[in-house]
Design a protein. Structure first.
Length: 477
């Protein structure tokens, strides 16, 4: 059996600057298949790292002659790219079994199979066990007993019962970086750690115990939160450093969860005595940073240099609508605590909630200016399939843009009560312009004592990021 995993040609999300991440989802699946099935030949094709365009993808498929092609999707905005990848596979050989998966296709399995004839099967939810069983049965094409699978059968779309989640994530193999080792040096994050700093992604947990209305993660993982042990995470980090030279490690957890687990991870990493230039990044809740502030010095010693905080909004009523269980004051305390411990504090902020007005968004900009995080990414509230926001927006008829390619948190998909989509789009630009256009903030950034903050502000100054944002936003309107 020959299986080809494809990361399609695509544009990288511009808001994060110039960067190229490893295709974590498909290399994890590839590693699991390799572990579970002996008679199998696996290839991972990362079109972005290997500079393969759509015509080149067709040639690569023809050359490898796969029995199965599975496309990475990662986010809703990549839906059409995944479909085009599988369409390309069918063009090369109509008998190839084409597979889609991930959060978007899980939430839209019926719709996607109706819309995209090039998709043969959809792996819903957690992929390892379902995909492995699918591959084992691919020769017979008899999938009726494969839990977690959606497919066509006798002209009808069939959804098999869901599959139970993996109980112990520690039993998963390490991600299959060996499948992309020849171009590991291509993966970079220019704005934060420079274009030549090797970096890797590591998964420390799946899911989240919280239920934010705009987030598709907790629903995708069936409301469960499962963690790898601190030792397993530390071992995996060490493996990436020693085997692939990684110096920047992105812990992909949707909610890292500070506390004893974080303290234990820090202890494990400190014991390993990794090179001083190794750093890691994660995202966390503001209240966790506050509650477990005593762990911050130890985490900093372990190499934690950068934390993304879900600040989300300045209005308590909006935070309650989002079910964040946070207050604006939590954000202020968390930012100060991270900065006090020399940990780069990034804030995520959402505009475009139904009750947003021009005045509330002006107040938001004042709030962020006073909050003064080291870096902020503003995004527009996006109704991703599988979220409560999507269900409500559909029910109420708020969705005005159904082009999945625009579901990237930069395009305005819905108006608010008082603002049109075009006005929401303009407000997003104003947010970026006022935060990053301030010369006071620029000078403070380029002369900051924090190395990451200095780097990103020099990067933005050299690239004229705010001007680029203006140009892009004007084209989106």
């Amino acid at each position: 059996m020959r299986v080809l995993f494809v990361e399609p040609p695509k544009d990288i999300w511009f808001v994060m600057g110039e960067y190229l991440p490893p295709p974590y989802g498909i290399i994890q699946l590839a590693a699991y298949l390799e572990q579970e099935i002996e008679q199998i030949t696996i290839k991972v094709l990362d079109c972005n790292a290997q500079a393969v365009d759509w015509r080149g993808l067709e040639k690569e498929i023809a050359s490898f002659q796969p029995d199965i092609v599975a496309s990475s999707a990662l986010a809703t905005c990549n839906t059409y790219l995944a479909a085009r990848t599988l369409e390309t596979a069918k063009k090369v050989n109509p008998t190839i079994l084409t597979v889609a998966g991930g959060q978007h296709f899980t939430a839209t399995a019926q719709e996607s199979l109706e819309q995209f004839s090039e998709i043969d099967v959809i792996v819903r939810g957690e992929g390892e066990l379902t995909l492995t069983e699918l591959v084992k049965k691919a020769g017979t094409r008899s999938f009726r007993q494969v839990k977690g699978l959606s497919f066509r059968s006798n002209g009808k779309i069939r959804h098999n019962p869901p599959r139970s989640l993996i109980v112990n994530l520690n039993e998963l193999p390490y991600p299959g970086y060996h499948f992309v080792k020849d171009y590991m040096h291509k993966y970079h994050f220019s704005a934060m750690v420079g274009p030549k700093t090797p970096y890797a992604l590591i998964e420390g947990s799946r899911g989240c115990p919280y239920r934010c209305t705009f987030c598709s993660q907790w629903g995708h993982w069936s409301g469960a939160w499962r963690q790898k042990s601190p030792k397993r995470i530390a071992d995996e980090m060490e493996w990436c450093v020693q085997r692939f030279g990684s110096r920047f490690i992105w812990l992909t957890d949707d909610n890292f969860g500070f506390g004893k687990r974080a303290a234990d991870l820090a202890e494990e990493l400190i014991k390993k005595d990794l090179p001083e230039d190794v750093m890691w990044f994660t995202q966390a809740r503001c209240d966790d940073v506050i509650q477990y502030k005593t762990t911050l010095p130890q985490l900093r010693r372990s190499g934690l240099r950068w934390v993304l905080l879900g600040v989300e909004n300045a209005k308590q009523s909006t935070l309650e609508t989002f079910r964040k269980n946070l207050t604006p004051e939590d954000a202020k305390q968390a930012i100060k605590l991270l900065q006090k411990n020399d940990i780069f504090a990034q804030a995520m902020y959402i505009i475009g909630e139904r009750e947003d007005t021009a005045d509330s968004l002006a107040a938001s900009r004042v709030f962020l200016d006073e909050l003064d995080p080291d870096f902020v990414i503003y995004s527009i509230l996006t109704p991703f399939p599988g979220t409560q926001v999507y269900d409500l927006a559909q029910q109420c008829g708020w969705i005005e843009d159904t082009n999945w390619a625009h579901y990237d948190m930069v395009h305005a998909i819905m108006p608010t009560v008082t603002l049109s989509r075009k006005e929401v789009q303009e407000e997003l630009y104003k947010c970026y312009r006022e935060f990053y256009g301030s010369w006071r903030r620029r000078l403070k950034g380029i002369f900051s004592k924090n190395a990451l903050k200095r780097r990103i502000f020099w990067y933005m100054l050299g690239r004229g990021i705010v001007s680029q944002l203006k140009t892009l936003f004007q084209t989106l309107q």
